[in-house]
Write a protein that binds this ligand. Structure first.
Ligand SMILES: O=C(O)C(=O)[C@H](O)CO
Ligand SMILES: [Mg+2]
Length: 251
């Protein structure tokens, strides 16, 4: 199996270019990030070229995080901001050669709607047919009130938008907390999954302990024919290096 270092969590204390180099140094096959916007896209691109690593994904901005925003694209009265965030993310992805953009929905609080999310996603898909647009169900402990809160809703939205480049980000950590039945859901949703992420449940640590047995889950993913890198998106203890022995055992 191949693994992608999620630099939103791994080496998150370093500037993005150093985090990319660190991922290369320990042997990751690819990288992905959350919000890279502090670093000019050209600089990120040149470190990706230097290391030979591909950037698999980045997120749209969340809006006013201090005011509680966690994304914009499902929010009825924030259409312009949502589209600006999508445009920005797509432009960054183009310069860096990133294959996917995760369009963040935002919180419900009565102001989110499926039709708004569908419209904004259709816009994103149309703007960049060569880029995969991802939507990710998030669990209510880490993302309270997040609009996209189940794989069922994500599947409905993907069907409604009906664009070949709209897919689900299947984060096993979130799915286990939201609804469980992880391997069966992976099997049935596989045709609409664009990226898979992992972390232990419930502590979001190294994926070698907790409720989910990743030796089994990764074996199933492999058997299903998945050959793209799996996103390693866990929160390391301070100063902790990723457990590359664990990764080597699952290659
Ligand atoms: O929280 C997650 O699991 C993510 O992957 C998102 O990108 C949101 O930060
Ligand atoms: Mg995730």
């Amino acid at each position: 199996m191949k693994f992608s270092a999620n630099l939103g969590f791994l080496w998150a204390d370093r500037p993005l270019p150093d985090a990319i180099r660190a991922a290369k140094a320990v042997g990751f096959d690819a990288v992905e990030c959350h919000w890279p916007y502090d670093v000019p896209a050209e600089e990120t691109r040149s470190v990706l070229d230097e290391t030979g690593l591909a950037m698999l994904g980045l997120n749209t901005r969340r809006g006013d995080v201090e005011a509680g925003d966690n994304g914009l694209s499902a929010l009825c009265h924030r259409r312009e901001e949502a589209r600006a965030a999508i445009d920005e993310a797509l432009a960054y992805a183009r310069v860096t050669g990133s294959s996917a953009v995760h369009v963040m929905a935002g919180k419900s609080r009565g102001t989110a709607s499926k039709s708004t999310f569908v419209d904004n996603l259709a816009y994103a898909c149309e703007q960049a047919k060569e880029i995969t647009i991802l939507i990710e169900p998030l669990n209510p402990h880490n993302a309270p009130d997040y609009y996209l809160n189940s794989t069922g809703l994500a599947a409905e939205i993907i069907a409604e938008v009906n664009a070949p480049n709209l897919k689900m980000m299947f984060d096993c950590y979130h799915v286990q907390i939201i609804e469980g039945d992880v391997t069966r859901r992976l099997e049935t949703l596989l045709p609409i999954i664009g990226h898979i992420q992992i972390a232990s449940v419930p502590d979001r640590g190294v994926p070698d302990h907790g409720e989910l047995d990743y030796s089994y889950v990764l074996k199933r993913i492999h058997e299903l024919g998945w050959d793209r890198p799996i996103g390693v998106e866990y929160l390391p203890d301070e100063g902790e290096q990723p457990d590359m022995l664990w990764i080597a055992r699952h290659r």
